[in-house]
Design a protein around this ligand. Structure first.
Ligand code: FES
Length: 94
């Protein structure tokens, strides 16, 4: 006899439901961090949004978010969880 789970818990046990939920969450406002996570010019942090790796970086007064993938050969631009340095791909160093 199959065990019944509440609908809200489906994404906890079903990988397809989890992927669907992550895709939907990537389309709405989501708290990724707080301003003190990127307090200094050039600070960045990496996280997951909608199942995709992204990073948020401070450029002076501006905060910008990027998909964590190089447009050249799709190598990840950030391979650590946080840091402070300009955006430069680690594969071909562009
Ligand atoms: S893969 Fe990033 S510069 Fe080539």
């Amino acid at each position: 006899m199959a065990r019944k789970h509440p609908v809200w818990a489906r994404s906890l046990i079903d990988p397809t439901a989890f992927e669907h939920e992550q895709t939907r969450l990537g389309q709405i406002w989501t708290l990724l961090g707080v301003v003190t996570d990127v307090a200094n010019d050039g600070d960045w942090f990496r996280t997951i949004l909608g199942g995709r790796s992204i990073f948020v970086q401070r450029f002076g007064e501006d905060l910008r978010g990027f998909e964590n993938v190089c447009a050249h050969r799709f190598y990840p631009l950030r391979t650590k969880d946080k840091g402070n340095r300009p955006i430069r791909c680690g594969f071909h160093h562009w």
